[in-house]
Ligand binder design. Structure first.
Ligand SMILES: Cc1cc2nc3c(=O)[nH]c(=O)nc-3n(C[C@H](O)[C@H](O)[C@H](O)COP(=O)(O)O)c2cc1C
Length: 210
């Protein structure tokens, strides 16, 4: 199947059947998220992979009681940095120097610019910027899952403060921003499975400027 066929096959599953997804597929989905581009390469988020039944059961009531939370195989929680700090920025720039094996003046100047610009900004503004980066990885994970023939449901319908509490995220300087149950569609009980995909036309979406 071509990628576009797989993206047409993909939908936001409303019911999952509890079947486990092979670890290799989970690893590939997470690797796609890890490889996603982010602003200045900071990757300002973490991904929490919940396999634990009791934790899934604790999250479900604070996520509009959506059944996919407990009937998925793995529940991914995308949690963005609560703000940008000097330490966090330096860590990523140092990692770049370490991996590439050299220091570059342009890159170091760019580091200095971010160190001046980001940490002094309002934490909420920084969190919102970090959350946008997390969504890019989230999207990569959704596409990778479709590529693997695995279902997902993007979920914003939850109480982030409650999920933060359940997972102890605030103590780690993180805030949950979006959830992604990964599993297999329950074809017998999912009302959405056979409905046509609805998208606006390319003409309505795209403006070409020659
Ligand atoms: C960021 C985001 C949050 C969403 N939150 C929910 C959700 O909480 N529950 C749900 O059932 N679907 C949720 N959806 C699924 C969308 O409703 C769905 O992707 C959209 O209607 C397009 O349909 P399709 O993905 O089945 O093609 C969400 C999608 C996105 C991208």
């Amino acid at each position: 199947m071509e990628l576009l066929d797989k993206l047409n096959w993909r939908y936001a599953a409303k019911a999952m059947n509890g079947k486990k997804v092979a670890q290799e597929k989970i690893d590939n989905i997470i690797e796609a998220a890890r490889l996603a581009p982010t602003s200045s390469g900071l990757q300002p988020f973490e991904i929490i992979v919940v396999k634990n039944k009791a934790i899934k059961e604790a999250i479900r009531p604070v996520a509009w009681n959506q059944s996919m939370i407990t009937d998925c195989s793995h529940l991914l929680v995308f949690a963005a940095w609560d703000t940008y700090t000097e330490e966090r920025i330096n860590k990523m720039f140092d990692l770049t120097n370490e991996i590439r094996g050299f220091k570059n003046e342009g890159w170091e100047n760019y580091r200095k610019m971010l160190l001046v610009a980001y940490p002094q900004k309002d934490a909420e503004e920084n969190f919102n910027h970090a959350a946008k980066q997390a969504y890019i990885a989230f999207s990569a994970a959704i596409i990778a899952a479709a590529y693997e023939g695995v279902d997902t449901t993007p979920i914003e319908g939850f109480d982030p403060a409650k999920v933060d509490e359940i997972l102890g995220l605030r103590e780690k300087g993180l805030r949950s921003c979006v959830l992604l149950p990964i599993g297999y569609r329950d074809v017998d009980s999912d009302w959405l499975v056979n409905l046509k995909k609805v998208r606006k036309s390319t003409e309505d979406l795209v403006t070409v400027i020659e």
